[in-house]
Design a protein around this ligand. Structure first.
Ligand SMILES: C[S@@+](CC[C@H](N)C(=O)[O-])C[C@H]1O[C@@H](n2cnc3c(N)ncnc32)[C@H](O)[C@@H]1O
Length: 335
């Protein structure tokens, strides 16, 4: 635990006990992208051989992960003779054909600063998938923890809600054709909603009043239409949770002094670790590279196991980890 192994993951993974890891997050070498030396994965002549090599590792990852766990693979695409070969999707389809695991999400990394290309007759590729696979329907999934800073922004803003929140509705209620009894209920419920916004329990709300606002139509009607017909109004409450979408925006990583050519963003790995594991859980990366997965896991108080074939990168990953540890110790002393 909490170690980096300089080894070929094809040999090493066989020695990892079944169902001993909570989460695998990794990015294997992309097809015909660069020569890392040693492993040879990614330098196959044919895409089918590449996919088979990746699948061999994936099968091991599924074996070592607990039934409550997940396996996340990030694979980039490639043009061959001007044709996008859809490498990530060939891999994902293979997993599905073998029924090894369920693909629950394809999280798309949107690159804010993609690498410029010379080709004037193609748009610049600026996305990459992170496939989230699970072994059973009993997987750990902390949806609220994913990109939770968006909620904080959302809620923080509302705590300062002014005195005019929802005021316009009082006038609309008074001037409506509702009965006196309906108007009284509407005023009371409106006041409750305003109070909830001021207490920060609710982000905002909309009120729809019979004869004043357009009615919901078609499939949108449902219970709301019934409320408008019986009570004369409905209040649609919007809670402060932003929608958790399968998209994550991040820059292409640049780390001072980095020696690795293909580092993935620590921010994305951090968000996936928060989504798919708890403190104390074990996170494994069989293609550790510069150590990003281990660095994020360590910072988030998870245990890590990293495998990297190239000594130079394994050493660099160790360096990143000990720098982070030293920094957090110093921070502790400052407190
Ligand atoms: C795409 S990079 C991973 C980069 C990593 N996500 C990061 O943020 O630094 C793939 C890494 O896998 C390593 N690798 C290639 N074949 C391997 C093998 N058979 N076993 C272990 N590592 C291997 C390469 O040396 C390279 O560092």
């Amino acid at each position: 635990m909490n170690k980096i192994f300089c080894a070929d993951c094809r040999d090493f993974l066989g020695g990892v006990p079944s169902e001993s890891v909570d989460l695998v997050i990794t990015s294997p070498p992309y097809f015909q992208q660069r020569e890392y030396g040693g492993g040879g994965i990614g330098n196959e002549e044919y895409i089918d051989d590449y996919i088979e090599n990746i699948m061999a590792i994936f099968r091991q990852c599924v074996r070592v992960v607990k039934t409550t766990g997940a396996v996340v693979f990030n694979i980039g695409d490639k043009y061959i003779n001007g044709n996008l070969i859809l490498a990530p999707y060939r891999f994902a389809l293979c997993v599905q054909k073998e029924q090894l695991a369920k693909l629950i999400n394809e999280v798309t990394w949107v690159k804010i600063n993609p690498t410029p290309k010379q080709d004037t007759k193609k748009l610049i590729p600026a996305t990459e998938p992170f496939f989230i696979f699970v072994k059973s329907s009993d997987y750990y999934f902390n949806k609220d923890a994913f990109l939770e800073y968006k909620d904080v922004l959302f809620n923080g803003k509302r705590k300062n809600a002014g005195n005019d929140v929802g005021k316009k509705y009082y006038e609309l209620i008074e001037n409506s054709d509702l009965s006196d009894k309906q108007k009284e209920t509407a005023r009371n419920e409106l006041q409750d909603a305003i109070n909830e916004v001021k207490q920060g329990k609710l982000h905002s709300f909309r009120m729809k009043i019979k004869g004043v606002h357009a009615l919901p139509y078609g499939g949108q009607g449902g219970g709301r239409l019934l409320q408008i017909e019986t009570k004369g109004f409905t209040i649609i409450k919007l809670y402060g949770h932003s929608m958790r979408r399968d998209v994550i925006e991040s820059t292409v990583e640049t780390i001072k002094g980095n020696i690795h050519p293909a580092v993935y963003p620590e921010f994305i790995v951090q968000e996936l670790i928060k989504l798919l594991s708890k403190e104390g859980d074990v996170v494994l990366d069989p293609f550790l590279g510069s150590g990003t997965t281990a660095v994020a896991a360590q910072r988030l108080k998870r245990k890590y196991i990293g495998i990297e074939i190239k000594r130079e990168y394994a050493d660099y990953a160790e360096e990143r980890l000990s720098k982070q540890q030293k920094k957090s110790r110093n921070d502790m002393f400052e407190i």
